[in-house]
Design a protein around this ligand. Sequence first.
Ligand SMILES: Cc1cc2nc3c(=O)[nH]c(=O)nc-3n(C[C@H](O)[C@H](O)[C@H](O)COP(=O)(O)OP(=O)(O)OC[C@H]3O[C@@H](n4cnc5c(N)ncnc54)[C@H](O)[C@@H]3O)c2cc1C
Ligand SMILES: *[C@@H]1O[C@H](CO)[C@@H](O)[C@H](O)[C@H]1NC(C)=O
Ligand SMILES: *[C@@H]1O[C@H](CO)[C@@H](O)[C@H](O)[C@H]1NC(C)=O
Ligand SMILES: *[C@@H]1O[C@H](CO)[C@@H](O)[C@H](O)[C@H]1NC(C)=O
Ligand SMILES: *[C@@H]1O[C@H](CO)[C@@H](O)[C@H](O)[C@H]1NC(C)=O
Ligand SMILES: *[C@@H]1O[C@H](CO)[C@@H](O)[C@H](O)[C@H]1NC(C)=O
Ligand SMILES: *[C@@H]1O[C@H](CO)[C@@H](O)[C@H](O)[C@H]1NC(C)=O
Ligand SMILES: *[C@@H]1O[C@H](CO)[C@@H](O)[C@H](O)[C@H]1NC(C)=O
Ligand SMILES: *[C@@H]1O[C@H](CO)[C@@H](O)[C@H](O)[C@H]1NC(C)=O
Ligand SMILES: *[C@@H]1O[C@H](CO)[C@@H](O)[C@H](O)[C@H]1NC(C)=O
Ligand SMILES: CC(=O)N[C@H]1CO[C@H](CO)[C@@H](O)[C@@H]1O
Length: 606
Amino acid sequence: MGIFSTPVLLAVTALFLPSTATASVGECDFVIVGGGTSGLVLANRLSAIPGVTVGVIEPGGDVRGNPNVTKPTSWLKNMGTGIDWQYTTSPQSAPAPPQQNGSGSGAGGGRVLTYHAGKAVGGTSTINGMTYIRADRAEIDAWETLGNVGWNWSTLDRYYVKSENFTPPTLQQQSAGGASYDPAYHGVGGNVKVGFLPELDLSGFEKPAETTWATMGYGKIQDVNGGSVRGFDVWPMTVDVGEDTRWDAGRGYYWSVAARPNLSLIKGTATRVLWLNGSCGEEVVASGVEYLDAEGNIQVLGVKREVMLSAGSLRTPLILEASGVGNPRALRALGVEVKVDLPGVGENLQDQPNLDLIYSGTVNVTGYPPYATFATAQDLFGSNASSIAAVTCMSIPQWAKQIEQNGGLNASAVEKVLRVQHDLIFGQNVTVAEMLTTASGSYLVSAFWALLPFSRGGVHLRSTATRDMNDPIIDPGFFTVDFDMETQTAIGRLAQQFWETEPVRDLVTGSISPGDAVLPQNATDEQWASYIGSSFTPNYHPIGTAAMMSRDLGGVVGPELRVYGTRNVRVVDASVIPLQVSGHLTATLYAIAERASEMILDSLVS
Ligand SMILES: Cc1cc2nc3c(=O)[nH]c(=O)nc-3n(C[C@H](O)[C@H](O)[C@H](O)COP(=O)(O)OP(=O)(O)OC[C@H]3O[C@@H](n4cnc5c(N)ncnc54)[C@H](O)[C@@H]3O)c2cc1C
Ligand SMILES: *[C@@H]1O[C@H](CO)[C@@H](O)[C@H](O)[C@H]1NC(C)=O
Ligand SMILES: *[C@@H]1O[C@H](CO)[C@@H](O)[C@H](O)[C@H]1NC(C)=O
Ligand SMILES: *[C@@H]1O[C@H](CO)[C@@H](O)[C@H](O)[C@H]1NC(C)=O
Ligand SMILES: *[C@@H]1O[C@H](CO)[C@@H](O)[C@H](O)[C@H]1NC(C)=O
Ligand SMILES: *[C@@H]1O[C@H](CO)[C@@H](O)[C@H](O)[C@H]1NC(C)=O
Ligand SMILES: *[C@@H]1O[C@H](CO)[C@@H](O)[C@H](O)[C@H]1NC(C)=O
Ligand SMILES: *[C@@H]1O[C@H](CO)[C@@H](O)[C@H](O)[C@H]1NC(C)=O
Ligand SMILES: *[C@@H]1O[C@H](CO)[C@@H](O)[C@H](O)[C@H]1NC(C)=O
Ligand SMILES: *[C@@H]1O[C@H](CO)[C@@H](O)[C@H](O)[C@H]1NC(C)=O
Ligand SMILES: CC(=O)N[C@H]1CO[C@H](CO)[C@@H](O)[C@@H]1O
């Protein structure tokens, strides 16, 4: 029997608090759902105000003693362990190759992909790759174009800087490791420690990598965090350099304030927001959050001021749907009473398809080589870029129709959003490709992905049964827009070309994966599409499922991050990011959450 058939428990019941909780909480001013990357920023900032009580509901535990988490170079070991939610997607169908007879479709058909996401105090920041790279300036400015007054690079930049505590690289890391920076872009007083890993490779691989990319037209950027990422860089990471330890959101924002009497961490899994009877004008008002405690019992945490949803982009929409906020068609199918008609909930899911090329080499790389090269559409398509811009521009209405058919969004709204994205790519020249160059021992590796695919997917609640709370229906919709395959192929060819260019070429002895048989140097578009379709994985950068956009564009939250149609529910996590950003997500999420905290605190004062 589903939990939603039980009577609403608004009367606050006696709560069984875990030992980490420091105060008895039946009701809080602020209830934060999810103690992850974004949620813990809010927990820290809001509980700093005397007299304000904050409760954080989080199913994951304390991972400060887990060496896979704390040792930065061990980060991949976390995948598939108990602190990884390991969500799975619905079976993915690969698209037809871009040309010819179209018979190549289904190369990756039916594959079920795993979505890694952190289940711990600190969320996904406890298992991620720690890359600290901000967005391209124009990508943030586009948020304002989508209806979010005040969200642009110049406002967000203040919070990038505010959140950061930067340690410059050593002289040796600069001379032998390629690490570089511009102090003008960095903060030193914030909670997020950022620096260059002590294990940064100094074995001599960086120089040929840098020189080869420069030969290909991708010069070294002095600092990848200044609002323009195009070129080659050695990236900094969210680490405590002195301790050689991962610096996750728990360490940055929670553990140092865990003893605050007004801040309680409750071990539990939120299921839905409870609403006051009757509405406030047109808006519904949250009265509390229902959750399952560690024993699986239903509990309620009352809220006096606001509920903040920070469960991540693959979970926050589920909580909204279970609370009656979403597409009425989907809600009725779930048997949930419609409180707010908001078709964007769970839609607009955007991620990037990730692939590897692995070679054998004459090198012996003993350190950690974190090198990325970012490229624009102009870089990828050269003299064809303007004709591709024109052709794709004409395809947008058709793409929007496809996206409408796959989800619950309105094609004319999708079309407007895709036009903003198209202008970013072909008008503003933001970067559209990221290619990692890395190595370990004698293995030489590229990982590459398109940054701004036009495809859209969705994530939705499977049912209101308790067991389905942790099992979202995820369809990332990779390659539903065929142009994304063209872009991904062009990026792959560039990554491949790198290993065939001097001086790096001299270090390569053979191709290991996928190998010359699958992907020869002269591989056709069909060979590329077949390899990509059968081999890509998600890049684990899902965004957009409660997008910050105007309501008529399919947005779920407005510029104050408040859910449309609600008085006191906000979303602060990767769900609100409306379009992909070139940098990796945590730098931008910490900045968003710092700005959100300030907005909320300002509203308390006024
Ligand atoms: C393998 C991997 C590598 C990555 N590498 C990088 C990288 O190198 N650099 C980078 O910047 N980004 C990287 N990312 C992406 C980045 O880490 C995430 O986008 C970001 O941490 C997400 O933050 P969030 O606040 O949206 O959600 P999260 O940090 O995931 O927080 C959500 C929290 O909510 C909890 N939760 C879930 N459901 C519920 C519920 N029902 N009730 C209560 N709590 C709930 C979860 O347990 C979790 O703690 C990577 C991601 C992955 C998976
Ligand atoms: C660390 O990772 C390894 C490999 O995934 C796993 O077997 C081990 O259980 C993990 N340790 C902890 C404490 O989770
Ligand atoms: C389509 O093209 C592929 C490769 O070019 C070929 O192997 C296949 O037989 C063709 N199929 C049809 C139906 O023409
Ligand atoms: C960014 O937003 C701020 C706050 O609304 C505004 O003052 C500023 O003019 C905006 N900047 C740009 C470049 O649009
Ligand atoms: C709201 O209405 C329901 C059903 O009528 C009732 O059970 C519940 O107690 C009411 N809650 C409040 C806060 O009045
Ligand atoms: C690589 O270098 C390390 C450290 O110098 C050394 O221990 C190891 O034997 C080398 N491996 C090879 C294959 O040369
Ligand atoms: C432009 O397109 C043509 C035809 O597809 C192709 O042969 C050529 O290599 C492309 N040029 C670039 C720079 O990509
Ligand atoms: C579709 O979106 C447009 C705005 O882009 C809006 O004007 C229109 O009313 C929407 N239509 C429906 C049926 O929601
Ligand atoms: C983008 O690149 C094109 C082609 O190189 C150039 O004409 C245009 O001015 C650039 N636009 C911006 C905003 O940099
Ligand atoms: C690619 O090159 C190989 C070896 O030179 C050749 O046999 C093959 O026909 C070429 N394939 C294409 C599609 O040009
Ligand atoms: C409910 C509660 O714990 N309130 C306390 C919050 O913190 C302030 C001082 O920081 C105390 O004065 C309150 O009693």
